[in-house]
Design a binder for this molecule. Structure first.
Ligand SMILES: NC(=O)c1ccc[n+]([C@@H]2O[C@H](COP(=O)([O-])OP(=O)(O)OC[C@H]3O[C@@H](n4cnc5c(N)ncnc54)[C@H](O)[C@@H]3O)[C@@H](O)[C@H]2O)c1
Length: 303
């Protein structure tokens, strides 16, 4: 198995790379390190420090003869997408279309796209959201990620296999604790350093937290099955930000109270995903529960 993995130096991509390597795959990571880190990368991957739209990749992809393109590279921040919607669209739509085009011309037959589930459905009409829930993104990020899914659906040859994994809120080791998103990493880092922790809004907003290694196993499950289409990947459980704060405080022994700030634009109030299709089609369910995942994350940050 030969896989091209974009964004493989990032948080989620690097765990996908590790899982692919452990399955004996040959992996070529393409990442411009705009938010990724070389320290995340397994020594066993081949690595190219390039933008996914770089025209050098046209030949690279032909020479590599991959079985699959796993497209994980993105501008992955909701707040950044609100500040710079053009840049967000450039990376998440246009650059994504370019690497897809190179892969099609290199005759790659299978495509896996790491999409968002959390930022796609908008303010839910019902919960948990299944894949049939109306799509109504409320941020440029949700819109750009959804748009590329549509381009994959429209432009890939009908003989190609395409799977879009619509991910819930992913957490775990290697998530950037200095970022603007990823409450688990941000809270954990600040609690470990005994700094104040900010919560935007009243903290009762809820999310579906899925552990990063479970997400990596969902990619392997796609490779191991014939399943395709749009598939939610989440824990199917609803957890409030206040609950995350409480559980992490207990785990770390942090005694300060959170500082509540006004809620942020672009964030929905409640979202969690129905992942029954993943269970049925991929034989996948989240295996690492929140408590265990939080422990692993904190331990990784403790170093
Ligand atoms: N983190 C989450 O909770 C979450 C939830 C749903 C979906 N996703 C999706 O999963 C994927 C990975 O997200 P992440 O949280 O690991 O983010 P990340 O920022 O850690 O990873 C993205 C990677 O893509 C690289 N990259 C960005 N633009 C590039 C370009 N033009 N050319 C080459 N490389 C480029 C970055 O350097 C980085 O290594 C993204 O597609 C994101 O939209 C993430």
């Amino acid at each position: 198995m030969k896989a091209i993995l974009t964004g493989g130096a990032g948080f989620i991509g690097s765990h996908i790379a590790d899982s692919l390597i452990s399955q004996g795959a040959k992996v070529l990571v393409i990442d411009d390190l705009s938010s990724g880190d070389l320290a995340n990368l397994s020594k066993s991957v081949e690595f190219l420090n390039l933008n996914i739209a770089d025209q050098k990749l046209s030949k690279v992809l032909k020479d590599f003869e991959a079985n699959v393109l796993i497209h994980c590279a993105a501008q992955a921040s909701v707040s950044q997408s609100i500040k710079e919607p053009n840049f967000d669209a450039q990376v998440n739509i246009l650059n994504g279309m370019q690497i897809m085009d190179y892969a099609v011309k290199a005759d790659v037959k299978s495509y896996i796209y790491l999409n968002t589930g959390g930022a796609l459905y908008g303010e839910p009409k019902y919960l948990p959201c299944d894949e049939q829930h109306p799509i109504n993104p409320i941020s440029p990020y949700g819109l750009s990620k959804w748009t590329l899914e549509n381009y994959f659906d429209l432009l890939l040859p009908t003989s190609a296999k395409f799977t879009s994994l619509r991910l819930a809120n992913v957490f775990g080791p290697r998530q950037d604790p200095q970022g603007e998103a990823g409450v688990v990493a941000i809270f954990s880092r600040r609690m470990l350093d005994d700094k104040d922790v900010k919560i935007f809004g009243d903290g009762e907003q809820s999310r579906d937290f899925v552990y990063v290694e479970d997400v990596a196993s969902s990619v392997i499950a796609v490779l191991d099955t014939e399943a395709q289409g749009h598939i939610n990947i989440g824990s199917g459980e609803q957890t409030s930000v206040n609950q995350i704060f409480k559980q992490l405080s207990a785990e770390i022994g942090y005694s300060k109270k959170p500082i509540y700030e006004p809620e942020r634009q672009g964030d929905v109030r409640h979202i969690y995903l129905n992942a029954r299709k993943a269970e049925k089609d991929l034989e996948w369910t989240a295996r690492i529960n929140l408590e265990e995942g939080l422990k692993h994350t904190v331990n990784a940050l403790r170093g």
